[in-house]
Write a protein that binds this ligand. Structure first.
Ligand SMILES: Nc1ncnc2c1ncn2[C@@H]1O[C@H](COP(=O)(O)OP(=O)(O)OP(=O)(O)O)[C@@H](O)[C@H]1O
Ligand SMILES: [Mg+2]
Length: 477
């Protein structure tokens, strides 16, 4: 899933919007020849065809003047910066509940404690069991925004309650093995090393394990220090592992896992990252397969979505109707990020309209708002590309491409697109149609490899927008 990646990159995208304009739009390409792709859905559409229709409101989104007309009065903040409001009037009560809803369902942060954590009992149970019963290292992987970081925070809280010593680190693109692990070692008191007696001078000094590491060290030297840990068990969480660019970092981490396992050390690693499978995240590392458990994070089910909505209900004294909950569940497609984004907006729409119950219309309005915001954050030339006639005619192709491109790196092949379209298309025609969208200022990037051609949406936000619009179309027809 690519919703969240877009959220992160939208600032960069927005900065691109200043120097491009509608003139940059490429000339319309010839109309597609493959009639089955180009024509609208048949009169009695099946479920797949419904999904491929363009929702009417997109026409408003893309064809109206992109600049909003000025409102009657300038907007104001509704509470002060310390979030304090006096609950005296209905209006102030609404302000208080809006803040409570944002605290409970705001989508910009991972969950850091149990209070706001919904569902995921099975994932947490498996994670605990792998660490506690099997004494293995764990790799948590899944789509962007599926809840890996939130799970690892709640797992850390749970492990700390069981007196584990838990360290959390988020990997950046520049992560270096020695820097990162030295800083972990610098947070582990030396009294946990077997060479240190409780009342000794070393223990009194309050040193940490980093003093035992040589200036230059690799996984072997680190494992030697870690294998002498006594009196506790240490869990090191390496979040965002997919972001690490340095291949030697991954090789060293694999080597560390191997060494720690061979020595039965009381230190375990939990790696988390965006990937569709284990190999994609840790690379091909057969030597450690026996020492790790792969934990894929699946989409949230309807009950878990209900649990998440209940957190907002309790916080803001509102109720999500069953119809609203169903709509949110369908559109979010199991992404907790989207559940929060849409249900937060839907709650606000209801509160502003004076309702205590969020109904289906509020939820639809919320989806439209989210799509409108996403669209607005795209560069103007991308918005123009999406609204041009060819993109409208090729809507099913673009939806299929968006689905095909939901891997971690976003790339897809012609065959992937054909699969998404039901597998009955002519490869050369699909490739030609995709190439029409791969001009210098167009929607797709193209990589012409020796064996195959690969495409990717140039702005990840576009595929998110297409996928959500498709889900919306399915519901509103
Ligand atoms: N179990 C949950 N209960 C409630 N909200 C959740 C849960 N899991 C995730 N979320 C929400 O979903 C959003 C994405 O979660 P999170 O950041 O944990 O995902 P992620 O998989 O780590 O994302 P990324 O791939 O970008 O690192 C956040 O807004 C978070 O608050
Ligand atoms: Mg994360």
């Amino acid at each position: 899933m690519i919703w969240k990646r877009w959220g992160r990159s939208s600032a960069a995208n927005a900065s691109d919007s200043g120097n491009v304009d509608v003139e940059a739009t490429p000339a319309p390409a010839p109309a597609p020849v493959e009639a089955a792709v180009a024509t609208p859905a048949p009169p009695v559409p099946d479920a797949a065809a419904l999904l491929e229709r363009r929702p009417a409101f997109l026409d408003r989104l893309w064809l109206e003047d992109m600049d909003r007309p000025p409102g009657d009065s300038l907007p104001r903040f509704s509470s002060n910066a310390s979030d304090e409001v006096e609950v005296a009037t209905r209006e102030q009560d609404v302000v208080r509940r809006r803040i409570a809803l944002r605290e409970a369902l705001g989508a910009s942060q991972p969950v850091i404690g149990r209070d706001h954590f919904a569902g995921r009992h099975d994932a947490l149970r498996q994670l605990i069991s792998a660490v506690e019963q099997q004494r293995l290292h764990v790799v948590v992987y899944g789509e962007r925004g599926i809840g890996k970081t939130s799970l690892s925070h709640v797992f850390a809280e749970t492990a700390r309650e069981a007196r584990y010593f838990v360290l959390y680190g988020s990997c950046g693109t520049e992560a270096k093995f020695d820097t990162m692990f030295r800083s972990f070692a610098a947070r582990i008191p030396r009294i946990y090393h077997k060479s240190v007696l409780p009342n000794s001078a070393e223990a009194e000094r309050g040193d940490n394990l980093d003093v035992l590491l040589p200036e230059d060290f690799g996984p072997r030297e680190l494992a030697e220090v870690f294998s002498d840990v006594v009196g506790t068990r240490i869990i090191i969480i390496l979040d965002e592992y997919d972001r690490v660019l340095d291949v030697s970092f991954r090789r060293d981490v694999a080597e560390l896992i191997k060494n720690l396992s061979d020595r039965a050390a009381r230190v375990q690693l939990v790696l988390t990252g965006v990937a569709q499978n284990l190999d994609e995240l840790i690379g091909y590392a057969p030597s450690i397969r026996r020492n790790i458990v792969g934990l894929p994070m699946r989409p949230m089910n309807a009950n878990e979505v209900r649990e998440l909505l209940a957190i907002g209900e309790r916080a803001a004294d509102i109720v999500y109707s069953n119809d609203a909950a169903r709509l949110v569940t369908t559109i979010a497609g199991g992404s907790p990020y989207l559940v929060r984004l849409i249900s937060h907006q839907a709650g606000l729409v209801a509160l502003d309209a004076g309702f205590d119950t969020v109904n289906e219309d509020h939820a639809k309005t919320a989806v439209e708002r989210v799509l409108t915001d996403w669209n607005a954050s795209l560069p103007r030339r991308v918005q123009a590309n999406l609204s041009r006639e060819e993109a409208r005619a090729q809507w099913p192709l673009l939806i299929a491409a968006a689905r095909a491109g939901s891997s971690a790196d976003g790339f897809f092949t012609v065959d992937d697109v054909i699969n998404e379209m039901g597998g009955t298309r002519v490869s050369s025609l699909i490739e030609r149609d995709l190439r029409h969208f791969a001009g210098p200022n167009d929607l797709l990037d193209l990589v012409d490899g020796s064996n195959e051609v690969r495409f990717r949406f140039r702005f990840p936000g576009v595929s998110a927008l297409l996928l959500m619009s498709a889900a919306m179309a399915k519901l509103t027809l």
